[in-house]
Design a protein. Structure first.
Length: 542
């Protein structure tokens, strides 16, 4: 019988609070998992079920408040929970590597991409210290592997904030693969990627797995990826593994009710009914956004990168507009420019008023009516503020509550609307999973009862059952409050379920636009056809 490369036996994880009188709270209960060489084990379950903290325990990356009351993790005849820090450092990044869920918080904002790609190579492979040419060759190999060589080959001096979410995710994947690890822990490695790049990355991981005999622990909420890629699957619910086995067996004959619920869940349905009154809420005859390229001793501007090139747009009251395209195509940049969060050129009209001429001071009162839910929830939430304060911050900024009691009621209702437990109001962002933090971001926007919400990949970190719940909630709130949405997503199932009109972008250009049914059933441009084909192949969304 094949001996597992890594064995997790009877593992429990508990957290200790600040009050020493309160005993530790166990959040993961006696789980067992085995990772075999050349095989992929998928770990699935709801947001907050314990998937990520179970994976982080393998490399002892949990905070000091965490403990393991029982169980062990065996790798290379060693218990990972007992070995010394020195031994652990020789394993991290070399023998066992990890792709983290949120690349913006995992990459160092003060170091360039090139320096961060070098770090693990220089630490674990001394030969690169004396052979800089070999080091640069390896870096370009890694960038080519993840499809970034042409984009970043000459821009290794770029910083993380200068890249799109998908590009940052690919940098994290390149860093994890740099030393050809025995085990790769991939925590939602494709959530920030468009469908075409997702297909490339998944194919790459599968090829490397077969070539290197690498074992992969894949944490994901996308069950179709599990079905197509994984050998075994373990299903987690409330800190327990409720079912596990070979993928084919679990998917064709699920035993647990929760597994059946997960398999039945998928974004579906029609967009919310449009109001009878057709009134423009946001429009532009054409918007341009450029970023300067600086060089030289005095950091002079030598050229410009045209990120958005003369894109027209019209959004109606109560309408959902979907924006799709590859990572780096200008989706988020376009939305940020429309809301005057970054500089742009062109006329912009909000609710019939020109806002392109308004000063920051005069624009401030309108901010309440145009809200943004950001792609990376952790970096957009203040780590020093509690959930209640984060959600209520906008209420205080715009003086919308006449008393503390009214403010508390607004916050409570927003938390209920997005499925957050009111008991979590005094917790901090780091105490939540990625999906829960995304819901906090949605609640922060909803509490102001705006006219327009830009949702930048708002469901990418959510499991399928929660995705469906959030989409239904957004559609209900849209009808109830007459909300308009700009919905940015690489998941075309989500776009199809909620959007009335679709824009397709590529390299800052508008490639195709039209009503949802028209774009999905009779796409005109070859690029749109490729996107849909990739989505249907990966997601089985046809």
């Amino acid at each position: 019988m094949d001996t597992p490369l890594l064995q997790i036996k009877n593992l429990s994880i508990a957290f200790t609070g600040s009050d020493p009188c309160i005993p530790p709270i166990t959040v993961v209960h006696k789980i067992d998992m085995n990772l075999h060489r050349g095989k992929m084990l998928a770990l699935v379950g709801e947001s907050g079920s314990g998937k990520s903290i179970s994976a982080l325990s393998i490399l002892r990356l949990l905070p000091s408040s965490a403990s393991h009351p029982e169980g062990n993790i065996q790798f290379n005849n060693q218990d990972m929970l007992q070995i010394s820090e020195k031994s652990l450092r020789s394993i991290r990044g070399k023998r066992i590597a990890m792709i983290f869920q949120e690349p913006m918080t995992s990459l160092n904002p003060l170091h360039t991409i090139g320096k961060q790609l070098q770090e693990s190579l220089l630490l674990h492979q001394p030969k690169f210290k004396t052979k800089p040419n070999l080091l640069q060759e390896r870096i370009h190999q890694l960038l080519t592997l993840v499809g970034l060589d042409q984009v970043l080959g000459q821009r290794l001096s770029s910083y993380p904030h200068e890249l799109s979410g998908g590009q940052r995710q690919r940098i994290m994947i390149a860093m994890a693969l740099s030393n050809d690890p025995d085990i790769l822990i991939a925590d939602e490695p494709t959530t920030a990627l468009d469908v075409t790049i997702q297909a490339q990355i998944l194919t790459l991981l599968k090829e490397l797995q077969q070539k290197l005999g690498m074992a992969i622990l894949l944490i994901t909420h996308d069950l179709t990826i599990v079905e197509n890629m994984a050998d075994h699957v373990a299903v987690m619910l409330q800190g327990k593994i409720v079912e596990q086995g070979k993928v084919a067996s679990v998917f064709t004959n699920p035993q647990h009710d929760y597994t059946k619920k997960l398999l039945a869940a998928a974004p579906k349905g029609e967009p919310a009914a449009l109001p009878k009154e057709k009134r423009e809420i946001l429009s532009t005859p054409g918007i341009n956004i450029s970023f300067p390229i600086k060089s030289g001793l005095f950091n002079k501007t030598v050229d410009y990168v045209r990120a958005v090139n003369n894109i027209p747009l019209t959004l109606l009251h109560g309408q959902s507009l979907g924006i799709v395209g590859e990572s780096g195509s200008g989706k988020t940049t376009l939305a940020s420019g429309l809301l005057r969060l970054i500089d742009s050129e062109g006329n912009i009209f909000f609710d019939g008023k020109p806002i392109h001429t308004l000063s920051t001071k005069n624009l401030q009162p309108l901010r309440r009516n145009m809200q943004f839910v950001f792609q990376d929830p952790f970096s957009s939430l203040n780590p020093r503020m509690t959930v209640g304060n984060i959600i209520g911050e906008g209420l205080r900024a715009h003086n919308l509550a006449s008393s503390r009691e009214e403010e508390s009621n607004y916050i409570d209702q927003a938390m209920i609307d997005v499925g957050l437990d009111l008991a979590w109001k005094n917790r901090f962002p780091h105490e939540f999973s990625g999906g829960q933090r995304q819901r906090i971001g949605v609640a922060r926007a909803l509490v102001l009862q705006p006219k327009l919400i830009v949702l930048d990949e708002p469901t990418s970190a959510l499991d399928l059952s929660t995705q469906a719940e959030i989409l239904d909630m957004l559609k209900n709130l849209q009808v109830k409050h007459g909300l308009s949405y700009i919905f940015i997503s690489h998941d075309l199932r989500v776009i199809k379920a909620i959007c009335h009109h679709v824009l397709v972008l590529k390299d800052g250009e508008l490639i195709e636009e039209g009503p949802r049914n028209s774009v999905f059933t009779t796409p005109k441009h070859n690029y749109t056809k490729r996107l849909l084909t990739a989505a249907f192949t990966i997601k089985d969304a046809a």
